[in-house]
Design a protein around this ligand. Structure first.
Ligand code: GCO
Ligand code: MG
Length: 405
């Protein structure tokens, strides 16, 4: 089998997605997601100009060698743009391998470890009451795990909730420059305990609760938060602090038993090595798209498993349905799967373009049994929604200091 063409398609059905289609002389093709939020065209150019020309004519079945060629063979290894390009190509190659074998991807990985993939949904609102109203609806819809976020009184907009502008997920293409949000640790601590106390009171003890701090706290503040929330029994506390200095998580760990999750911006196994090896975290949240595809995720899952760390792949709306499908296969297989973030099936336009056939029932996803990833992409429909430049927000402290978003 030979690769005859690699297409890179950037479309914006409500938000931007970079899709790779690898076409072969056998009639089989594979699909991959290479979306890097706010930097989509950098990956598209990398693929078109630097990666695709080296792969045309190669055997798409040699996934491992192609992975090494694009990773080790490049002097400038790692980095978000390179690893997202590799992630998209790798996914498409596994899609082809599955189709050639006549097997769904999870079978190629080793088969099922579970009947379905437990999902967590998002509840956000402008105050505790609104957030918990959303959470209740999700519980009624069958979800067993909910991420709870609320606006902070006194701050106009912050992570997950942005004033009257709908949330940031839907702002793609609507603003010429990055919007700005505000952060105050003092004000956050003034509301966060009440949010979880009320959540337990109204939702009961069975439902799993999660929370994303989006790197806003310092390690000692995260430690304090973890301690404060211990009695509300969170499934995990996500991105409490930035961990460029992986050692800094020791500060959090030595103070609290609240389980910790991190990793959605990580690109290689090296980014989480110390965190995993020293058991400073409980869930690793890397995504197939940004961490080098199925080939890399499989290694990360096995590495994490040795240290009792579970995988909980990133599932925000900026990962395309192709990545969602890849994660469902990985999660169906991985013995150390934890939970999958899930934000719905995307806009109507999105569902017109990406045709997936996994099933969701009672807060669980059931992977497609079709060969490969089990997803299709309508190129003609995608043409209707061209790329629109857009940015994630930035965050500032009340005195104007630029802070982590
Ligand atoms: C999450 C994430 C997202 C990110 C987004 C950035 O846990 O879902 O934090 O909300 O902010 O994916 O690209
Ligand atoms: Mg997050």
């Amino acid at each position: 089998m030979k690769i005859t063409q690699i297409k890179v398609i950037v479309c914006c059905p409500g938000r931007n997605f970079v899709t790779i289609k690898i076409i072969t002389d056998s009639g089989l093709f594979g699909l991959g997601d290479a979306t890097l939020n706010g930097r989509e065209m950098a990956v598209a150019a990398y693929l078109e100009e630097h990666a695709a020309p080296c792969l045309v004519g190669r055997d798409p079945q040699e996934i491992e060698d192609i992975w090494q060629y694009l990773y080790r063979g490049v002097y400038w290894r790692t980095g978000a743009v390179t690893m997202t390009a590799i992630g998209g190509i790798d996914m498409a190659l596994w899609d082809i391998k599955g189709k050639a074998a006549g097997m769904p991807l999870y079978q190629l990985l080793g088969g099922r470890s579970r009947t379905g993939v437990t999902l967590y949904a998002h509840a956000s609102g402008k105050n505790t009451e609104e957030t918990l109203g959303e959470a209740k609806k999700l519980v009624e819809a069958g979800f067993k795990a909910i991420r709870i976020q609320s606006a902070i009184p006194g701050l106009e907009a912050t992570y997950g909730v942005i004033g009257d502008m709908k949330d940031y997920y839907e702002m793609q293409g609507n603003r010429p420059l990055p919007p700005e949000e505000e952060w105050s640790t003092q004000k956050y601590f003034g509301m966060v305990e009440e949010l979880f106390r009320e959540a337990r009171h109204h939702l009961g003890s069975d439902v799993h609760l999660l929370h994303d701090v989006h790197n806003r706290l310092t390690p000692i503040e995260s430690a304090r938060l973890g301690k404060l929330l211990e009695k509300y029994n969170l499934l995990f506390l996500e991105d409490a602090s930035i961990a460029e200095n992986q050692e800094s998580y020791k500060v959090i760990r030595q103070h609290t038993t609240t389980p910790l999750a991190i990793g959605e911006t990580y690109n290689t196994i090296w980014d989480c090595k110390e965190l995993v090896q020293n058991q400073l975290i409980d869930y690793i949240r890397m995504a197939a798209t940004h961490a080098g595809g199925i080939t890399a995720m499989r290694r990360i899952a096995d590495f994490a498993g040795i240290y009792s760390v579970k995988i909980a792949p990133h599932g925000a709306p900026d990962l395309s349905p192709i990545c969602v499908a890849a994660h469902l296969h990985l999660n169906t297989w991985a013995p150390n799967f934890g939970i999958q973030e899930f934000v719905g099936l995307g806009s109507e336009q999105c569902r017109q373009i990406f045709k997936q056939d996994f099933q969701i029932k009672n807060g669980m996803a059931h992977v497609s049994e079709a060969p490969g990833l089990g997803i299709d992409f309508d190129e003609e429909a995608a043409k209707e929604y061209p790329y629109k430049r857009s940015y994630l927000p930035v965050s500032r402290l009340e005195d104007g200091t630029l802070w982590h978003w």
